[in-house]
Design a protein around this ligand. Sequence first.
Ligand code: FAS
Ligand code: PHB
Length: 389
Amino acid sequence: MRTQVAIIGSGPSGLLLGQLLTEAGIDNIILDRVRKDHILGRVRAGVLEEGTVRLLEKAQSATRLHAEGLPHDGFSLAFDGRDHRIDLAGLTGGKRVMVYGQTEVTRDLMARRESGNCLTIYEAANVRPRDFEAAPYVTYEKDGVTHRIDCDFVVGCDGFHGASRKSVPTKAIRCFEKIYPFGWLGLLADVAPVHHELIYANHRRGFALCSMRSMTRSRYYVQCSLDDKVENWSDDRFWEELRRRLPAHHAEVLLTAPSFEKSIAPLRSFVAEPMRFGHLFLVGDAAHIVPPTGAKGLNLAASDVHYLFLGLAEHYQDRSSAALDAYSPNALARVWKAVRFSWWMTTMLHRFPDTSDFEQKIHEAELDYLTHSRAASTALAENYVGLPF
Ligand code: FAS
Ligand code: PHB
């Protein structure tokens, strides 16, 4: 088999890149190690930046997003029993975010890809990028047979635990990492959200986040310890803990319903440099991870795709390599700013096990300054809606 671009991973990165390439007439094949329904069973991000929405429009995959997504002009920070609205639109000249689940983004991209009869190979085992410094190809196993796909480029969209980054010689890559001493316990329930906008709560018992997937489906998170287990959390215990971390006027009106998804996600910051190795490119979680506090993970994957698509389109259409050569530095410049923002939001809003009294007072002063200074809240807002590509 031969293709122009072999994409490893059928998550949002791989699917979005595959769709943009297809729309530009550039042949591509996507390989994933699991089944399609496994990918659609994952519950992940919920907030899209405008840049991500524009890319989904360019990929002809935004019809349902505009019909069902919820445009949000602001969110609230809750602490000391009160909440403070961050007016995203007012502080950024009208920019907003779109609340629309990553699962639905993935579903829309898959549907678009299937309507164009583009090849996605699911349940491809032991996928490996090969000879990517010279004459790239990918091998994989399926139904007991080893297959080979020759290509011009390999794109690793296979997430943090994928094979692409691990196929790079250790001397050629530098990784930066910070592990946070807590996780997020997330819950999905078919019940109206407690508020029409998101609430990020800082409480001495820990962080909580009130989000949603629609006005009839809520997505909630509470900070939990790293050794906590989902089986330790009945729905009743979760709802009680969430109420305790919210200001009373929200806790009193919180509606509950049986959860149909509950999971714990660890939090880390991670960046691999560079993001290009000859004919191999790393995109999205394969190259970087951020704590979900700033709602950046999925959106960073989208901006990587933006930069890489520009490079691949220029290579095939204009026979120029300038934008491909600029991919890694351009993507990393935006990645590191989002990594900083996500670290800052996480540090400000969570309770760390070893927080000293002094550090706690600093966090409280930061929240007080943030909610009383237009300059400080503008800086928060412009990062939250997404810095320009
Ligand atoms: P993905 O991990 O989504 O996709 C990678 C794909 O590659 C998968 O389909 C996998 O099956 C496949 N793959 C892996 N190894 C392979 C191999 N060896 N061979 C072939 N295929 C392979 N972001 C937010 O913005 N907000 C959130 O609230 C949020 N919550 C999250 C919760 C969890 C539990 C996790 C893990 C992430 C969360 N994220 C969140 C971040 C998440 O949304 C990612 O940023 C997003 O999925 C990135 O998309 P991809 O880069 O496509 O990687
Ligand atoms: C979500 O809805 O899952 C979500 C929203 C905002 C975040 C993180 C997660 O910062």
